[in-house]
Design a protein around this ligand. Structure first.
Ligand SMILES: *Cc1c(COP(=O)(O)O)cnc(C)c1O
Length: 408
């Protein structure tokens, strides 16, 4: 019997060949992708439901359903779904393995980085005190405080505020030190904002240690580079989180929380299977836990330099075709922190190509196959690390067509 994995392996060789044969101008490319989509023995659910599927040339966005799980992760999830284990034992054992890979004291699988932010903060507030865990987010007494640099405020800090804390914003080292008091429970750091604030990684960690306040670094979108998996644990942050469904390509409904042993123990008490807790609605089960472990293992095995090269080649090809249209310029850049992957910026002179970036986005979205790219008021942005091999040829052809259609 051909397993799904074998079938995917066999088929994974096909589309690229098909795309080359079809060339950029032909319909062969779209046909090959159609084949790739039909590579399962299952019902064609998306088609049946009338849902639009698309080439993801945008990146890891939750509204675009994040990433595609690695085949090894899917195998692990299927494996996990066939037998029972004790949840606590599973979380403990996998946590220890993850901690080894992330060079931290301990770790756990959460329902995403946002979930890790809530659980980690809750751990800093309550420790293992069962009464406090039960009462969160409405603890008696003064409101607990979390210190954050103003430039590190972000939408997901709602997940920290869920615990009932008040965020205290500071700018300078002096302001931070003045803000520490007996109600301070944690210091929050947003990894990709490191260079936006006056206090950077090492100093932040030192200040936390000096005042005996746990520090939490949100690195959700910051893999790759691979060394980030352990860099901030080794640096001394007491808690560090990563999304499972971004660069790791694990379950979109999972994430990693690394940290000090006592804090991870406390965080687990705020989570499933415990019912009267702030984290009970952030359920993960054996499938996510095993899937997350395998995603990290596979991520570590990956040849990161080679992958980077592949992703660069994909956007280079797209850029090369776009820049053949008069008035269009392209540039490849790699964000330093966060979505650290070759990214293409496409700009054009609207006197020569009479289309707004939104219009180009819309035309790509409404074409066949549908393609999702990011549009701002000034440019469109494309990254191909979440696309499947070969799809760059389709994007190159379609983007060129769309831009040409606007030439005045
Ligand atoms: C994506 C993201 C999150 C949320 O991650 P999930 O795994 O989707 O919960 C939190 N913080 C930052 C900085 C992010 O980029």
């Amino acid at each position: 019997m051909i397993t799904r994995r074998k079938l995917l392996k066999i088929l994974s060789g096909l589309p690229f060949a098909g795309l080359i044969a079809g060339g950029l101008a032909g319909s062969g490319a779209a046909g090959a992708i159609e084949k790739l989509n039909k590579a399962s023995n299952y019902r064609d659910f998306y088609k049946e439901l009338g849902l639009r599927t698309f080439i993801n040339a945008q990146g890891t966005w939750t509204y675009l359903t994040g990433s595609l799980m690695r085949p090894e992760v899917m195998d692990a999830i299927n494996y996990a779904s066939r037998q029972y284990v004790n949840f606590n034992e599973l979380q403990d054992v996998v946590g220890r393995r993850l901690a080894e890979m992330g060079k931290s004291e301990d770790a756990m699988v959460t329902a995403g980085a946002a979930s890790a932010l809530t659980l980690g903060t809750a751990a800093c507030i309550t420790g293992t005190d069962e009464e406090k865990i039960r009462l969160l987010p409405n603890l008696p007494g003064p409101q607990r405080e979390v210190i954050v640099q103003s430039s590190h405020r972000f939408a997901y800090d709602h997940a920290v505020r869920n615990t009932g804390i008040r965020l205290v914003e500071v700018e300078s080292t002096q302001e931070l030190e003045n803000a520490v008091n007996e109600n301070t429970v944690m210091m929050l750091f947003l990894n990709y904002a490191n260079y936006n604030g006056q206090i950077q990684w090492e100093e932040f960690v030192e200040l936390g240690k000096k005042h005996g306040i746990p520090t939490f670094n949100d690195c959700a979108a910051d893999l790759p580079p691979v060394e980030n998996l352990w860099k901030f644990n080794e640096m001394g942050f007491d808690l560090v989180t990563f999304s499972g469904g971004k660069g790791l390509r694990g379950p979109q409904s999972a994430g990693l929380l690394f940290g000090r042993k006592d804090l991870i123990e406390a965080a687990k008490l705020q989570h499933v299977p415990h019912a009267d807790t702030i984290g009970r609605g952030m359920k993960v089960n054996k499938e996510e836990i095993i899937g997350m472990m395998v995603a990290v293992e596979e991520f570590l095995k990956q040849d990161h330099e080679k992958k980077h090269g592949e992703f660069h080649e994909r956007v280079r090809l797209i850029g090369q075709h776009a820049s053949q249209v008069p008035g269009v310029s392209t540039e490849i850049f790699v964000p330093d922190i966060g979505n650290h992957t070759p990214t293409l910026r496409v700009t054009w002179d609207q006197d020569k190509v009479d289309l707004t970036p939104q219009k180009v986005q819309e035309k790509l979205r409404n074409g066949h196959p549908s393609i999702e790219v990011l549009a701002t008021s000034d440019f469109i942005r494309i990254s191909m690390w979440m696309a499947r091999a070969g799809e760059e040829k389709v994007v190159a052809r379609r983007l060129q067509e769309v831009l040409k259609s606007g030439v005045v």
